[in-house]
Design a protein around this ligand. Structure first.
Ligand code: MCF
Ligand code: FE
Length: 407
């Protein structure tokens, strides 16, 4: 058992309560929150962890959407228009994947840990991220990707997917959670979607899917027209738009799913507030989507919305702090101090709910995933969350399941 006594705690409960001069008693879980004096009196055998006097403790960030296999992108991919980007992905993906060796992926996970992220939702396209993900200190939700629009290759696509998926199932533990990614409605044949969801239901897996990300996808699903027809004709003779937004959502009816992007979603009433959530990737949308996700407006629908960075394929950083700072700049219809609290919850509490994990809050019985940062010199409690986002880059310490990470 350990005790840690920061100056300030962001509990990241729904009301964003902030605690001053309280300490945590923890092992793999948070056991008690009380004054240091009381904890030391009641648990004399617990070891006190030495930290700076002026420190801030908060739940470790959760980034539920990365593409680590694209970590080698260094300007190779075209930003500004989704179909041009997609073309550049097709032309570069094997070269980029070849360059994103285990060492580079581990380096990026390490950077994420340093920036305060303990849980990573990794979209795995090729399976070359499996080893580094297992070897890393992070908690990984490993979303094995399935895609393919040509009906002549369905069997091959299923087999390729199953090989990767089964390999990941063998590694399952509390810090490595196999899951499934249905790439998107424009790239995934209904038979593959059905197949993936059946497997997910059988094995109680989470699903993640890219949905209504770009103007082109919006035109393709709603009006069956636009540039997608030409783009997809490389893969099938006469490409078809398989779904409407409604018919795609219908497949995910009883399935816990993270819908990534949803920039062009209008049918919020078709989402299930208990099982569905939206992963908002503001930086990625800025570069690929043509339009901004209406965060303030969409929060009113009551659906759980959390943050993700997406991969270095459509971002320049995998740090949730950088992503929060980008959100502060991109969405200008919020009151700043309030927005900072909303963003921190979207990187902790809300993401934990989306993934159905016992994380994301500093509360008795939660898993002890938390970070320690230098406390900013903030004038008052209302400014503190905003100044934390603006001033923080790297953790002083990071704990995952109560164990201090080597950083
Ligand atoms: O999230 C971004 C943009 N939207 C869709 N896909 C990707 C993103 N970053 C990487 N990807 C990958 C995706 O996983 O690009 C490929 C898929 O493997 C595009 S389809 C061949
Ligand atoms: Fe993505």
């Amino acid at each position: 058992m350990y005790i840690i006594a920061p100056k300030i705690i962001f509990t990241c409960d729904n009301d964003f309560n902030i605690l001053q001069d309280k300490a945590l008693l923890f092992n793999e879980k948070i056991l008690q929150i009380d004054t240091l004096k009381n904890l030391q009196k009641n648990y004399p055998q617990a070891q006190l962890i030495q930290i700076d006097e002026n420190s801030l403790l908060l739940p470790a960030f959760i980034n539920p959407h990365t593409h680590l296999e694209y970590s080698a992108n260094n300007g190779n991919l075209i930003f500004g228009d989704f179909l041009q980007w997609l073309d550049s992905i097709f032309n570069n993906r094997f070269v980029l994947n070849e360059k994103a060796k285990e060492k580079l992926i581990l380096k990026n996970i390490h950077k994420m840990l340093k920036s305060g992220t303990a849980t990573i939702g990794e979209i795995s396209s090729f399976g070359s991220d499996l080893n580094p993900c297992i070897r890393s200190q992070a908690r990984i939700i490993f979303f094995n990707e399935i895609l393919g629009s040509n009906e002549n290759f369905i069997t091959e696509k299923k087999e390729d997917f199953l090989q990767r998926y089964e390999k990941s199932l063998m590694q399952k533990n509390s810090k490595f959670i196999p899951a499934i990614s249905v790439h998107s409605p424009y790239s995934t044949h209904p038979e593959l979607v059905k197949f993936a969801i059946q497997l997910a239901q059988k094995n109680n897996n989470l699903i993640s899917t890219h949905f209504l990300e770009s103007n082109h996808e919006n035109n393709w699903l709603r009006f069956k027209k636009g540039g997608f027809k030409k783009s997809l004709s490389k893969f099938a003779k006469n490409p078809m738009s398989f779904y409407t937004p409604q018919s795609f959502l219908e497949f995910f009816k009883n399935q816990r799913t993270l819908f990534t992007h949803c920039v062009y979603l209008k049918e919020f009433e078709l989402l299930d507030n208990n099982l569905h959530s939206i992963t908002h990737c503001a930086m990625s949308n800025k570069f690929l989507s043509k339009k901004t996700f209406k965060l303030k407006q969409n929060l009113k629908y009551g659906i759980n919305i959390h943050l993700g960075t997406d991969g270095l394929s459509s971002n320049t950083s995998l740090s949730m702090l950088d992503e929060m700072r980008a959100n502060l700049l991109i969405h200008n219809d919020f009151e700043l101090e309030k927005f900072a609290k909303i963003l921190i919850l979207m990187a902790t509490n809300k993401a934990a709910k989306a993934l159905n994990l016992n994380l994301g809050e500093i509360k008795k019985d939660k898993i002890a995933d938390f970070s320690i940062f230098t406390l900013p010199n903030s004038a008052n409690f209302d400014q503190l969350p905003l100044q934390f986002i603006l001033q923080s880059k790297e953790v002083l310490k990071l704990f995952i399941e109560g164990k201090e990470c080597k950083l």
